[in-house]
Design a protein around this ligand. Sequence first.
Ligand SMILES: [Fe+2]
Ligand SMILES: [Fe+2]
Length: 462
Amino acid sequence: MDRRQMENAIAGVVRHLGASLKNRGLYPPTHPLVRTPVEKCRMELAPFFADRSELALTVSDGTLVLEGVPIFQLTSSLELFMARLGAIGLPAVIFERGVSVEDIELFVRFLHETKEQGLPIPEIKARLARWGVTHIRVTAAEEEEKDDYTLAREIYGNALGVVVRALKDVRNGRTPDGAESDRAVREMSGMVSRNRDAMLALTLIKNFDEYTYNHSVNVSVLSLAMSDTLGLPETERIAIGVAGLLHDVGKTQLALDLIRKPGTLTVEEFEEIKKHPEEGFAILGKMTHIQESTRSVVREHHMRFDRTGYPRPEPGFRMNPYSYVIAVADCYDALTTMRSYQKARSPQQALEIMRKLAGKSLDPDLVEMLERSFGIYPVGTMVRLSTMEVGVVTGTPDGGKGEPKVAILFDRSGNPLAAPQGVDMKESDPSSGRRRRMILGTVNPLMHPPVSMSGILQAVSR
Ligand SMILES: [Fe+2]
Ligand SMILES: [Fe+2]
């Protein structure tokens, strides 16, 4: 099953469960409106077990997550189903291969008839066993839930696929599916609110060959993180996130050699590049599910804060304030990426450069906000500790205050550890009462072999 089919099947499974549960309250158990959805649910489940032995359905922070895929479009029967799960105290339900219509029916009956709230997991397990439910298990969310890093990686990968398809569509003269971009950004936005560090860590993926694709997703994630800090409402976040994802879509009209050209461009070449915001604006105009402000932002993303960029704004032209958000995200990602003509800057170096651009090409308030929310040591910064160990920052404290989270990669002699080791920077030495470790400063990441941030994050989150 591809991702789209999987999402549809997932939505189907839960919709049928919810429908059966709802009708259970209105009709006798043998009524077709109770029984048929259960049969349909069994049918929707079947393809999943072709390549896996179980399927986990989790409720996490009020969001239904099936096999790591958050489901955001909720229908009323879905909501009822979730409300029942939540009330009884069921954080996760696992369907095993071999699950039968009877199992599902009994499970729906259990949900319908259990009126107590907040039951302990062992009690729920015992009851399901008594009722004769096999092949449907319940667990505490911690046991089965995919960790945030795996989830974030899947969501990032999906968004990458959406960008690749969108740009390919444009190259082939087709109009990309705006609903896909919208959905991908919604998922990323949900993940940013849930675990910002997990999502931001992925923006450190810099793939030289696929620069435009990763860059597009990174700008989207970074702008979503900024929208989150700004406390913007969901619709606006999505508008900005989609603009990030598609901001350079107009570059598809340019020759590939020009996009990849190392070094300085000729005047003519630069004139060509300058067309991409307008081209993007035109492409977005043909797409569905694109908010008006998204289009404006794509058109304005190079106008610069001081309005000296391109296309040059007419006097009195009112720029969309979200264009400044994309400009900051765009700049940060470009600076921290290695290009044929430029070495990658560390997050700190990038922020330093951006401070100089504040008030010129970039909105100074946003640069300051980015710096504050990333802290002195942004995620991905390599640091040397007072113990002479070398590690990487895996998490930023809220609001940039306090100690960041660090994973040690090299011991005091510079030997790599077998596995990254997460350390508590607040831990103190019992003999002296002082902190065991402090950050001395940053380390040039080029001195060390490249590290996979998401791999490290996953390792230390276990
Ligand atoms: Fe651009
Ligand atoms: Fe860009």
